[in-house]
Design a protein around this ligand. Structure first.
Ligand code: SF4
Length: 212
């Protein structure tokens, strides 16, 4: 059976776990079908010593083209939130639960598709390996896809955003909205309100990190 038919990323993991080895190996991952139409694998970015890991859903159009996570329009909202919470983005490790862009072509546009459960599950070995290497003190899941992937399908971000959750994955685990949800707000008033709520959730992490 060809590697790409086995259904997840496990056969593509390197023997030695380091961020460099993982990034190089992930570039050739064929663990699910998403690599075919995408430009490239978009692996996590940040230092091994990062105390904070932020996990989003999947790369978007610009991330796919540039090969870097959180560089599209939503990243500006992420940066605003991090700054408001007093977090230096360079000190955090940023990644996604799915490492290839999932989209549908409409004319010349590539429209984001929420990754399906089997795609999230196929890609999970990369996130587990990143967690093993970085061992963050705080893990923050951004949006429903990331939160459900890590905390279970019944987890509801809307009910539990900003809470400190009980999990073995890191001393501090929390979930909040994906910053792209701020962009989808219908008017400026709602955007301002959502920005404040997002920054408040991130501040709770900073406070919890301060007490470790
Ligand atoms: S989405 Fe994940 S599992 Fe699928 S090919 Fe890309 S890196 Fe591999």
């Amino acid at each position: 059976m060809a590697k790409e038919d086995r259904g997840d990323a496990t056969p593509f993991l390197p023997e030695r776990l380091s961020l460099t080895a993982l990034r190089e190996a992930a570039a050739g991952c064929r663990g699910c079908h998403l690599w075919r139409p995408a430009t490239q694998t978009v692996f996590g970015e940040g230092r091994k010593s990062s105390r904070l890991m932020l996990v989003g859903e999947q790369p978007g159009d610009r991330e796919d083209l540039l090969g870097k996570p959180f560089v599209g329009p939503a990243s500006r909202e992420l940066d605003r939130g991090l700054e408001a919470a007093g977090i230096d983005r360079r000190e955090a490790y940023l990644t996604n639960v799915v490492k290839h862009f999932s989209f549908q072509e409409r004319g010349r546009r590539r429209i984001h598709q929420t990754p399906k459960r089997f795609e999230v599950e196929a890609c999970r070995p990369w996130l587990d390996a990143e967690l093993d290497v970085v061992e963050p003190e705080a893990l923050v899941l951004l949006g429903a896809t990331a939160a459900k992937a890590v905390l279970g399908s019944s987890f509801k971000v809307t009910q539990h955003r900003g809470e400190l959750l009980d999990s073995d994955l890191a001393p501090i685990v929390s979930a909040t909205v994906h910053p792209s949800s701020i962009l989808r707000q219908p008017d400026e008033e709602s955007r301002v309100r959502e920005r404040e709520a997002f920054a408040r959730d991130l501040r709770a992490i900073v406070e919890a990190l301060g007490s470790l």
